[in-house]
Design a protein around this ligand. Structure first.
Ligand code: AMP
Length: 139
């Protein structure tokens, strides 16, 4: 049995506040919003869990919907900006194992904590760069 909560939303087995739907993606309000208008975009295909196994066409459909909805949400709510976020795997904060992009409208003074930047040690940036470049498959 499939326990994926977002699959149940796709199938209409549990309710959701749907914002947008087409043949490939569904967007709905997060049930525990970081800010009002916090939206999730998911692929309708149920064959992947996160960024690591989603097929490129599904990712492209999500990207297109994200582009459209980011502007609409920001304008509709008179937000001052918007964060796009995707949690992939447990230690990156993923709880629901169906790919989803969070769109989180931001408001001046909303008090949400942002990432704090660190510094590289001597030579560390070059080492990291080299490791990543060795894994690139699309260059
Ligand atoms: P993540 O930690 O990236 O896996 O985020 C999962 C998100 O799904 C959380 O922000 C939850 O609030 C949200 N969520 C879980 N169940 C539902 C639901 N039934 N309807 C809408 N959002 C949900």
């Amino acid at each position: 049995m499939n326990n994926c909560i977002f699959c149940k939303i796709i199938d209409g087995d549990i309710p959701a506040e749907k914002i947008y739907e087409d043949d490939h993606v569904l967007a709905f309000l997060d049930i525990h919003p970081v800010n009002p208008g916090h939206t999730l975009i998911i692929p309708k295909n149920k064959n992947s869990q996160n960024i690591f196994d989603i097929e490129l066409p599904d990712w492209e459909h999500m990207s297109r919907a994200t582009h459209m909805l980011a502007g609409a949400i920001t304008k509709a709510l008179n937000a001052d900006g918007i964060n796009l976020r995707m949690n992939n795997r447990e230690h990156a904060g993923q709880v629901v194992y169906h790919p989803h992009i969070h769109l989180i409208p931001r408001f001046k003074g909303d008090g949400l904590i942002d990432w704090k930047g660190n510094s590289y040690k001597e030579g560390e940036a070059q080492e990291v760069l080299s490791k990543i470049k060795n894994e690139l498959k699309y260059v």
